[in-house]
Design a protein around this ligand. Sequence first.
Ligand SMILES: Cc1cc2nc3c(=O)[nH]c(=O)nc-3n(C[C@H](O)[C@H](O)[C@H](O)COP(=O)(O)O)c2cc1C
Length: 341
Amino acid sequence: MDITFESALDLWKPWMWMSPSAGHDWLPFFLKLTVFLSEQSKQPNDWHSRQWRHLYFRNPIGIAGGLDKTGQSIDEWWALGAGFLEIGTITPQPQEPNPGKIMDRFKETQALWNKMGFPSPGYKSVMNEVERHFDNRSTPIFLNIGKNRTTPNDKAQEDYLFLMRQMHSLCDVFVVNISSPNTAGLRQLLTKEYFEPLMEKLGDESRRVNRPLLLKISPDETSEQLETILQASHNQGVDGYIISNTTVQRPTPSPYPVEGGLSGKPIAITSREALKNVISMLGTHRNNKLIINAGGISNGEDLKDRLALGADLCQLYSSLIFRGPFIFKKIAREYDHLNTF
Ligand SMILES: Cc1cc2nc3c(=O)[nH]c(=O)nc-3n(C[C@H](O)[C@H](O)[C@H](O)COP(=O)(O)O)c2cc1C
């Protein structure tokens, strides 16, 4: 067997020898090194490309929120074959991660656990990164926006509106993140009291700045709550949904910490069910809404399955840690293979 850089990296996976948090901090370095040393990165990324409104997606698999919170690896994601990028979650002011342990990984179950709580260098720093790439972007760039943890919920809309006003010229699509389980009280913004007024303001602003607005959904809503969220956001002109964020649900018995969000393989079923529910609840109201699915997507078969269920695009985070930075190329090959035979 020929030892290529790709096979050596697959075998060695140096980030897996580090603590999960250190692996996360070193990710930009590993991505840079991979692209620098890899011939593969010079291949084109167009496969199963698609158009949504005026946006061209070179392929249907992108990076999920949180994988590049600052925009520091944009060139590398493109070189590695991502079909679109979601940068963030970005907060208005810089903030540190939550105290204590914020991340863990479980190799046997291919799961990640995190309690990060939107660590962010603040919008200015992210704008500087995105600005260097935006005019020559080779894929759409989504910006995922969140509130600072010190901003109370009754002032949350000011954080989201501020970010939309400041950043719209460097963004193809905004993603509103009110579904993270790791900022205390954030998911209350999904309840009736806050949700409708918030979506009304954000919907108005998205039309004013002429940028589509997607809502990132939690996988932990009951069918009734989900129905209310879809109805209210549809009324306010939301342009699509990302299904879904990490879950607070746990299997029994559970090897995972009680608090925080779980992602990767163990949430595949939940995320798949949530996707099916959203599609069936939207029914004929789907119109041209963009539906993106994230949660336990790890290979070409997963991608094919989620697209067949009705997702327009898919995203990944956890599987990149377990399969390595060539995952986009691997999924492209697997997907192609599935469609050939
Ligand atoms: C360590 C970690 C950090 C995350 N940070 C964010 C974030 O900042 N914003 C966000 O919208 N989602 C965040 N997510 C959720 C992912 O975007 C994604 O919705 C979720 O992990 C499910 O996809 P996966 O199973 O492919 O990981 C994070 C996930 C992980 C594992």
